[in-house]
Design a protein around this ligand. Sequence first.
Ligand SMILES: Nc1nc2c(c(=O)[nH]1)N[C@H]1C(S)=C(S)[C@@H](COP(=O)(O)O)O[C@H]1N2
Ligand SMILES: [Mo]
Length: 539
Amino acid sequence: MPHADVSPAPRAPLFRGPRFWFPALAGVTAALAGVGAAELTAALFAPTAGPIVAIGALLIDLAPAGVKDFMIAVFGTADKIALIVLIGLVLFVLALLAGVLEYRRPPFGRVLVVVAGAIALFAALSRASASSFDALPSVVAMAVAAIVLTVLMTKLRVPGLLEGERPPGRLTLTGERAPDREAGLDRRRFLTWTGVSAGIGFLALVGGQVKLAGTRAADAARALFTLPTASVTAAPIAAGASFDIDGLAPIITPNADFYRIDTALQVPRIDPTQWRLKITGMVENEVELGFADLLALPLEESVTTLACVSNYVGGDLIGNAKWLGYPIRELLARAKPTADADMVLSTSQDGFTAGTPIEALTDERNAILAVGMNDEPLPLEHGYPVRMVVPGLYGYVSATKWVVELKLTRFDQEKGYWTPRGWSALGPVKLQSRIDVPRATAPLTAGPITVAGVAWSQHVGVSGVEVQIDDGDWASATLADAISIDTWRQWMFTWNATSGGHTVRVRATDAEGLVQTAATADVAPDGATGHHAISVNVS
Ligand SMILES: Nc1nc2c(c(=O)[nH]1)N[C@H]1C(S)=C(S)[C@@H](COP(=O)(O)O)O[C@H]1N2
Ligand SMILES: [Mo]
């Protein structure tokens, strides 16, 4: 009887020893195989329904406003990578648990797999653009993980394989010699199965990502697309609009450096030949147009600064670009909104919405449906093929990327995405200024030091910027020329610094004489206020 069971089995500690690690390894392997199979299925059949992305998207939609602020504050534009890592860690722990449960209390490990799969399924199907195909990856994940887990368990449940903590070969409690060679062999057999399953899972995961990257119609279309020429071109940026100061934000933000904020864990990929915009709701004529129709209209260039309401004082969730697009005002005129409509609810292909006052879209400002950004088609992550850009309003109430519908409605009937989540329904950009140089860590020596930054008061314009050193008097900075009232303005100040520690503060004044308030306000519900200050050490 080489496989005599040891009874009573010595109590193994819960989280140590082979009775924990082997089943845990089986659980993690099953999860890896399941997720790998699901991501590959997603890449082939349902590109936006991979379980990780679907769960992440659901979490983003469910997250209370404070969590969003926290993620942005801590991780900045890497908030999405942080979220994926977090989901991966939770999944890892759940997988360990499923393995141990399945070994000790079958079938609860498989029950856990099914529950996790059901959550992914719910997440995938609850997305705005979900189709029934989107169920596939989660179902595959569930099935593959359950099967791999079951198979690995049969490999583990060989008597003698995991008994107690004894190294193979030592005397057992009953005085018999453990079947060391067989146990060693069985363990190796189990590890082989584990290695092969994990390897296949990993390859499927990588394969899925490669496939996703390779077959994106939107990427290909964007690469082939050349922007039409503008019928109204923006004046070239005058030399006087820009100081040549190392470390100062350039007057035009390159696309690659432009901040990105959205709820899309996976960037929507829209085939422009399929793109349509509908103007619906409280209108006399519904209007619908395709991408080619939009491109055939006389497009206009404009330079507009875009700011995020989540930008804390001194933060970098703001950028300035030259956009190419068509005035929304003209399209609304075709649709003829009824007199009682006061909001345009714009919807993106992935279900994000923004509520914009009609006035901001119909007055003289350059509120556009943009197709170009800095002489390029919109980058995918900035809304390709079409987004809104509205000077003077924070992005969350105006700058809908991947836009597919403009619905004329009323503020007392509809709310944009962020409004029920703790943000104001109206979001005019607040008067602000920022110090870009010197950096807090730069080595500084006594004598003249260049202090410089940007200031903005969108749709009003900046008329002055002042700098204060410690508790001294506010002193006027030199302003670069304004491009327009809708763009930020650079400023600089030469500070005759003495050695020691100092605080440098900035404040702006707008074209209506309003001085930027020192009172601090949080980013929620409608944008941060307060003066940006930096501490420096001068030697
Ligand atoms: N579809 C979609 N559009 C969106 C958002 C979004 O989450 N989804 N976020 C808005 C917010 S909060 C901001 S600040 C701007 C940011 O635009 P950017 O990423 O191009 O800088 O996009 C806006 N448009
Ligand atoms: Mo934003």
